[in-house]
Design a protein around this ligand. Structure first.
Ligand code: SAH
Ligand code: SF4
Ligand code: F3S
Length: 483
């Protein structure tokens, strides 16, 4: 079979394969693709470059690291410049503006491709799980060379090979899968910290959210594989891990081991060399007292919880299918604060959900004031085709929603500044992550509670833990000095 003759149809396959066999098969494609990339390199007279752009959440970013790992294994030089010989857009579709950004930037890539016809463009991630998006790309962005989805990302070596040996647009997107393929190469963005997937997909079906449709059913990863990965990361110099899943508190469902999320955390805690453990995201409905107790007594689990509330109005929470009320959320916050007074709490909030009124937004604002989050991410509701909320009538116009949103943002900023002020003058341990974006004589570190601190220092500090005195509260971050 010649690859040129293959034009995969979307939504035809689910994964029937054995994980071990499949990773060996992809390893084979890594070898084959390396030969093609070497030939390309000879033709160009230089090593071809590849750029992977992440548009979405931490899970999307972790997928990008897997793509980068494969690209470097087959011989590409990674770059952040989109002038590269191969550009991969790892897309997000949680809100429409994420999609619009991709369409806008594809236009620029097309202009570049006209100057450099050998340039290749690949699209993957959540956005392309939508049939309408694939249709639109086929019709209006036919210069795209490869489209693949979230379920078959492990097939990237094979798909790269097909793309490099074909002139056709290759489309391979699956509706769902139940397989988890292990052991693909990974190129980490940071040498000292890493995300670790513990589960994929989501079964919660919040009525506004497209994630369950584009990421599929919830699947927990085998705890032995997770620990093997954490151990090898620790051996490779990683001291901070972030366990990733859309709803980490339901980790373990469907596994035969009977393991729960706290059970997994206890195992990860035992790994030598891991100093900090974070996780994302917790669902207020599933957060257990066992987890609260474990966090309170742990030296490694960071005192930070991202606990999306979405709304402070029980009526809206019901319409969102969140499975808790304002009262039960506040009761949970009360338990958290009683057990861990130092815990930093952050959240996500949506404004403009169908049927929401200014009174509901006022309830959200009052909840924000009551909880006093360390930080909150606020979003204007974006209708997603195929989700139940997309068909619900709305009761506010854009202007009213914007007004409510601005009011909420102000409350978030004020309460966060107040909450964060309590750290002033304290000495805390920070993991130095990078040079400061604006001042090369400064570095940026992260405290256990996730707060950022900027301090004087050079690149030699990156990856190390230093004690910092917190001097100046800038709202969501501090200026500090090293002790
Ligand atoms: N699994 C996580 C969040 C995943 S999406 C959770 O349950 O909290 C990240 C955030 O995007 C959500 O918390 C929500 O606040 C926001 N979001 C999701 N769908 C949205 C939509 N249609 N419009 C606006 N914001 C949305
Ligand atoms: Fe979306 Fe809700 Fe699942 Fe989070 S829990 S990913 S908001 S459906
Ligand atoms: Fe976006 Fe997909 Fe993450 S839709 S938020 S990249 S799971």
């Amino acid at each position: 079979m010649k690859w040129k003759d293959v034009d995969y149809t979307p939504y035809t396959s689910t994964n029937p394969l054995d994980s071990g066999e499949e990773s060996l098969r992809q390893e084979d494609f890594i070898q084959k693709t390396s030969v093609v990339v070497r030939e390309l390199s000879e033709k160009l007279g230089r090593v071809p470059t590849a750029c992977v752009v992440t548009f979405g959440c931490q899970m999307n970013a972790r997928d990008s690291e897997k793509l980068c790992g494969i690209l470097s294994r087959v011989g590409y030089m990674l770059t952040e410049e989109e002038e590269a010989d191969l550009v991969v857009y790892n897309t997000c579709t949680v809100r429409d503006n994420a999609n619009q950004r991709v369409y806008g930037r594809l236009g620029h890539l097309n202009a570049m491709k006209k100057v450099l016809p050998s340039k290749k463009i690949a699209l993957c991630g959540c956005m392309v799980q939508e049939v309408s998006v694939i249709e639109k790309i086929r019709k209006s962005y036919s210069f795209v060379d490869l489209i693949f989805g979230t379920h078959n990302i492990y097939k990237f070596p094979e798909l790269l090979y097909m793309m490099l040996t074909s002139d056709k647009m290759i489309v391979d997107v699956w509706k769902d899968t139940n397989a988890i393929v292990e052991d693909l190469p990974v190129e980490r963005k940071y040498p000292f910290k890493s995300g670790v997937n513990i589960m994929f997909g989501c079964d919660k079906f919040c009525t506004y959210c497209i994630v369950p449709y584009v990421r599929g059913r919830e699947r927990s990863r085998d705890p032995r594989e997770i620990l093997r990965e954490v151990e090898s990361l620790a051996a490779d110099g990683v001291s901070e891990v972030m366990l990733l899943g859309q709803n980490v508190d339901s980790y373990g469902k469907g596994l035969s081991d009977g393991i729960s999320f706290p059970g997994l955390l206890r195992e990860v805690e035992k790994v030598d060399g891991i100093r900090r453990i974070r996780f994302m995201t917790s669902h207020p409905r599933d957060l257990s007292d066992e987890l609260i107790g474990l966090m309170a007594g742990s030296k490694k689990i960071c005192p930070h919880l991202h606990l999306p509330v979405q709304s402070g109005s029980s009526r809206i929470l019901k319409a969102m299918n969140r499975g808790y009320t304002r009262e039960s959320y506040m009761e949970l916050v009360g338990r958290l604060r009683a057990t861990m007074p130092e815990l930093a709490l952050t959240t996500d909030i949506i404004v403009g959900f169908p049927g929401e009124t200014m009174e509901d937004i006022e309830e959200t604002i009052s909840l924000v004031k009551e909880v006093e989050y360390d930080n909150a991410f606020t979003f204007i509701y974006s209708p997603r085709t195929g989700t139940p909320a997309a068909d619900m009538p709305r009761s506010m116009n854009d202007e009213e929603i914007k007004e409510g949103f601005d009011k909420l943002l102000k409350a978030v900023q004020e309460t966060a500044k107040k909450r964060v002020a309590r750290y002033a003058g304290r000495c805390e341990e920070a993991l130095i992550e990078s040079l400061n974006d604006h001042d090369e004589a400064m570095v940026t570190g992260r405290l256990g509670n996730n707060l950022l601190v900027h301090l004087k220092g050079g690149s030699e500090l990156i990856g190390s833990y230093v004690n910092v005195k917190l001097l100046e509260n800038k709202g969501f971050y501090y200026i500090g000095e090293m002790l």
